[in-house]
Design a protein around this ligand. Structure first.
Ligand code: HEC
Ligand code: HEC
Length: 486
């Protein structure tokens, strides 16, 4: 069994070098790459009523709406962008292989476009510079700072998102003089960790899964999990004590909360859930707050807020459709189960009764237990969220993986084999994580810092990754082929 000592304790900064395992080079198995053909996702849940389908369509349109500061720029009718922001529409970041998904890229079979954050930096006259970790071929990213003051070893932790861009210079923001964060300084001090977008398809099913079902799933196969060193625990809400499920660290309670937070943090649109502007400096406020809210109409009738519509769109969306069918994929699926991947990446969960047509008692295939696992020093990002420590992450749901372009929380790789071996941290001894550990990405040449501020005692996935490494090449290839069929 692995355990973590001192998670959350400030251990002080210790600088050292840590190199991503490179034992994988020279292997014959290859990631088949993102699956071409139609997007296996993006539509409404099968069997919805006509009214529900119409609500899905209205929510999708909102999700695609582009925001400008006051909704006055041509083609950008949404209101409330900025003062600081990372994107100007939900669908800008959640794009691949269809609206609702993840980061697009030029090498996508479905949405072959450059990282939209590059052009966004200077849209409508904005004077932002593009941070070095935002590249045309790389993933959409947001940035978190680990410590408040990276030059002070005793600095309090930060952990929050620092927006890439501001509205300074935009034609619809005259007089705003807000500067961008100094990303060069923060990077040089090893103080930045990245997150890429997670797909939103089918998450209504996750929202409608009772805590008891998640707890029973985590408790299942206890002997097998124990013998492989797999534990796992849930992140929970400090408000009501129930399991939180959404985001890379399962830090958010619901789709409504996530939509509200994303609208405010990613786009700068204050709303009913998050009513106060971020970066609200004088000269940069152009609208009354909240900028998005339930609108009261004639006779007291109301029109839903954007955040309500975003959440409904996600709730009514269908899960991705897998194409698993060839003998190789089917063999890969059974190996995925037998070597222990499925002990974290749970193949099936079942919803409770649902208000939506066809979603009650529905068994779906997320390939996640929605629990947190200690993943060791190589994946640690130094950020604490709710109960999640610096090296703890939610088991990434693998549904839709076949059409995903970037992997792991920071998007460090586009290669499935690299993503699998990155699970492992065979350090042996418990070590103090460092803040200055950098390694190169194999896809877009960016440099990352694997930083943290606490101790790691290895990854819960170590034994399973050893099992994977022991498979012969054709068996490993079958698992890769299976994963690309999801
Ligand atoms: C600038 C890019 C960007 C924009 C714009 C954006 N997102 Fe996201 N989204 C992300 C990232 C990055 C994450 C992962 C965040 C994390 O877990 O820390 C995410 C995660 C999510 C999740 C959680 C999915 C899961 O796996 O649990 C939901 C839901 C979501 N976003 C909804 C929205 C909505 C609704 C909007 C529009 C209001 C939006 N996002 C706009 C980047 C973006
Ligand atoms: C101990 C639990 C655990 C085990 C065992 C495990 N995983 Fe994971 N997996 C995770 C977590 C947690 C993440 C997210 C890590 C991160 O982003 O930092 C992840 C991420 C992934 C990703 C990247 C998904 C994405 O969207 O970025 C792939 C692919 C993956 N796992 C495949 C596998 C395979 C194949 C196996 C078996 C060889 C396996 N995993 C075993 C917990 C586990």
């Amino acid at each position: 069994m692995y355990s973590i000592f001192g998670v959350g304790a400030r251990m002080g900064w210790i600088y050292g070098a840590m190199i991503l395992s490179t034992a994988i080079s020279g292997m014959a198995q290859t990631d088949p790459g993102p699956r071409p053909g139609p997007a296996g996702a993006g539509g409404p849940f099968a069997g919805l009523s006509a009214n529900e389908k119409a609500a899905f369509a209205a929510g999708l349109a909102r999700f695609q709406e582009v925001d400008s500061v006051s909704g006055t720029m041509p083609g950008e009718p949404g209101l409330g962008l900025g003062p600081s922001f990372n994107g100007n529409s939900c669908a800008q970041c959640h794009a691949q292989p269809a609206a609702g998904g993840t980061s697009p890229a030029p090498f996508s079979p479905q949405v072959p476009v450059a990282n939209p954050q590059v052009a966004l930096a200077n849209l409508d006259g904005a004077t932002n510079s593009v941070p070095s970790f935002i590249t045309p071929n790389g993933p959409v990213r947001e940035a978190r700072f680990i410590a408040v003051d990276p030059t002070n070893p005793n600095s309090p932790l930060d952990g929050g998102v620092h927006a890439l861009f501001t509205i300074k210079g935009r034609r619809d923001a005259p007089g705003c003089n807000l500067a961008q964060p100094n990303f060069g300084f923060q990077l040089a001090n090893g103080n930045v960790s990245f997150r890429i977008p997670t797909p939103a398809f089918g998450l209504g099913l996750v929202e409608d899964t009772p805590d008891a079902a998640l707890q029973a799933n985590l408790a299942a196969n206890a002997f097998q999990k124990q013998s492989l060193g797999i534990a796992g625990r849930f992140n929970t809400s400090g408000n009501d004590g129930t399991i939180t499920r959404f985001g890379w660290k399962a830090q958010n309670k619901s789709l409504l909360v996530f939509a509200g937070e994303a609208y405010n943090v990613e786009q700068g649109v204050s709303n009913e859930g998050f009513p106060n502007e971020r970066s609200a400096v004088p000269g940069c406020i152009f609208n009354v707050t909240p900028e998005d809210l339930t609108i009261v109409g004639p006779g007291g009738g109301t029109t839903p807020s954007d955040v309500t519509e975003f959440a409904l769109f996600i709730r009514l969306s269908a899960p991705p459709t897998p194409t698993t069918s060839t003998p190789s994929q089917l063999n890969g699926q059974s190996l995925f189960n037998s070597i222990g991947c499925a002990l974290c990446h749970s193949p099936s969960l079942t919803t409770a009764a649902s208000p939506f047509t066809g979603m009650s008692n529905f068994t779906y295939h997320p390939y996640s237990d929605f629990a947190l696992h200690n993943m060791g020093a190589d994946l640690a990002d130094g950020v604490e969220q709710g109960g999640a420590g610096p090296d703890e992450f939610r088991t990434a749901p693998l549904w839709g993986l076949g059409q995903r372009l970037f992997f792991l929380h920071d998007g460090r790789t586009s290669n499935l084999l690299t993503a699998i071996f990155a699970h492992s941290d065979e350090g042996g001894q418990c070590t103090t994580l460092t803040r200055q550990d950098s390694f190169s990405d194999d896809t877009n040449g960016s440099v990352f810092q694997a930083q943290a501020n606490s101790r790691s005692c290895g990854s819960e996935a170590n034994a399973v990754i050893r099992n994977f490494a022991k498979l012969d090449r054709s068996q490993q290839q079958n698992i890769l082929n299976f994963l690309r069929s999801l």
